[in-house]
Design a binder for this molecule. Structure first.
Ligand code: XMP
Length: 504
């Protein structure tokens, strides 16, 4: 498969550029900017992109790719900081920023990079004035003579001080011109090709061995299990631990899809009582997380032991997890532990991570192609410790049951309003607050449920969704009349920051 490699100088652009290139059906991988020529060569790329960077290329000692990498002679597309550092690398001069954080109309000269495009508006995060190295020519200009792009025809090196994939779908043409016309990549990356290739790779790795996966109902583990099943059939064993902290009917859906419809070897473990007794009296959120994580591994290990010889542990690691744990471009590593992490004391011949090259939306596409239901494939993010962090204070079965019912009503109403796919995350929280109310003429002293709906790109920041008032009213009426123990419903309008998405 034809491949492009992105050298990432930091910021979030590398991932979005990689996603867009894959969207053009060209396979693309992200490596840290200081990857060696040998590491890059191992990917057999047909071209390189230098992307991202919040640093100042103008400064002495600004991060750069090694001379050996430039000397590989591959076509290069350098974006943002990448363009400035390339100018410097080839002996040009940077003269400091002239445009910052504003949209600009950009005039494009005739270049192979711009085939099919005329001019465009782009948001410029930063553009420097520069003196281009010998053999380089300006190919894009913004107002007041600012050069927004260059090419070196002889070396097949191109640079842009704006991000072609941002704001304008037409800009994708620049990426596909580079990938297909300049690097000569075939557009041979697709979900179907991925599945076919992975099925073969899994069979090669696992052979007649047995593999085990914990499925939580989350997108990644579900898609991973279905893909593994396609490759090795009944040698793929799934364990689903019902912690008692799942949302309403989630375990039922898992049993239906994996057990009945796909006919997989699925072990359902009812560990509700175990988890709730460990959580009894615990109110500190981080203690809750720790207890749940540890207990999960214990239950999982016990189930694995019952299976006898299992050679491989399967995990639904996806590409952003890989990039984050590698710390590519300085991305902050998530502090949240994922329930279902690698049990350290277990002995396996190896680990299988068939989704580790995929972005989240690609994982969803693979799930759809494998026939998983939309409810599972489009599922919103859900915290590993489940409803425990949405049940404020002590976690009890009675409180969880109230929360499950309120949450199910909220989700149902969001779906009825056609908003399910338009909101990043929405859920109910059982606040630990009880207040006075009246029901059928009698005084009540019941819980307050908080509803939360947020939009986000990466969960690092979030804004509360302006839900229709009618929808909120319906939810209030239904929750207070259908869920015993609730006499008050509030809507949380706080963004992140200052709040977090979850209440605990
Ligand atoms: P916060 O609450 O930190 O949440 O704004 C950011 C995203 O992470 C999810 N979340 C968790 N995920 N284990 C997880 O696997 C956890 O302990 C955890 N806590 C929060 C949250 O749902 C949101 O999508």
């Amino acid at each position: 498969m034809d491949t492009l490699v992105i050298l990432d100088f930091g910021g979030s652009q590398s991932q979005s550029v990689a996603r867009r290139i894959r969207g053009e059906h060209v396979y693309c991988e992200v490596l840290n900017y200081d990857a060696t020529a040998a590491e890059i060569r191992a990917k057999e790329p047909k071209g390189l992109l230098l992307v991202g960077g919040t640093q100042d290329a103008f400064q002495e000692g600004a991060p750069d790719a090694s001379e050996e990498v430039y000397a590989m002679g591959l076509p290069m597309l350098c974006l943002g900081y990448g363009a400035r550092i390339a100018v410097k690398h080839f002996g040009g001069r940077l003269l400091g920023p002239v445009l910052e954080k504003r949209p600009a109309q950009i005039t494009l000269e005739s270049s192979r990079l711009f085939e099919g495009l005329t001019e465009c508006d782009r948001f410029i995060d930063r553009a420097d004035a520069w003196e281009l190295p010998e053999g380089f020519a300006a190919i894009a200009s913004a107002a007041a003579g600012v050069q927004a792009g260059f090419e070196c025809a002889e070396k097949n090196i191109f640079g842009l001080q704006f991000y072609p994939e941002q704001n304008d779908p037409d800009g994708l043409r620049i990426l596909s011109n580079f990938a297909c016309n300049i690097c000569g990549c075939a557009q041979d990356w697709s979900v179907e090709a991925f599945i076919e290739g992975q099925v073969e790779a899994i069979r090669r790795q696992v052979g007649d061995g047995h593999a085990l996966i914990a499925i939580s109902g989350g997108v990644d583990s579900s898609v991973c299990a279905a893909l593994m099943h396609r490759a090795i059939g009944r040698n793929m064993h799934c364990v689903h631990v019902n912690t008692g902290l799942m949302r309403k009917d989630e375990s039922v859906l898992i049993a239906k899809v994996f057990g009945e419809e796909l006919g997989m070897d699925l072990r359902m473990v009812d560990a509700e009582a175990r988890f709730l007794s460990k959580l009894a009296g615990v109110t500190d959120p981080e203690r809750k997380r720790k207890i749940i994580g540890e207990e999960f591994i214990r239950v999982f290990e016990e189930e694995a032991a019952k299976l006898g010889q299992v050679d491989y542990l399967v995990q639904g690691t996806i590409y952003p997890d890989v990039l984050e744990s590698r710390g590519v471009g300085g991305v902050v590593v998530k502090s949240h532990h994922n329930v279902g992490g690698m049990p350290e004391t277990m002995r396996f011949t190896g680990l299988v991570e068939p989704l580790k090259e995929l972005f989240k939306d690609e994982v969803r596409q693979v799930g759809e192609a494998l026939g998983l239901p939309a409810d599972m494939v489009q599922r919103q993010p859900f915290p590993g410790p489940g409803l425990a962090v949405r049940c404020i204070g002590e976690v009890t079965k009675a409180k969880l049951d109230i929360l499950r019912e309120a949450d199910a009503i909220f989700r149902e109403e969001i779906a009825n309003a056609g908003l399910a796919r338009k909101i990043w995350q929405y859920f109910a929280v059982l606040t630990n607050m009880q207040s006075t109310g009246v029901r059928n003429g009698s005084r009540t002293y019941d819980y307050t449920v908080a509803l939360r709906a947020i939009n986000s790109v990466d969960a690092m920041t979030a804004t509360a969704v302006r839900l229709p008032y009618d929808l909120l009213e319906t939810c209030v009426t239904r929750i207070t009349s259908e869920v015993p123990g609730v006499n008050r419903v509030v809507y949380d309008m706080t963004g992140k920051p200052p709040a977090t998405i979850e209440w605990e």
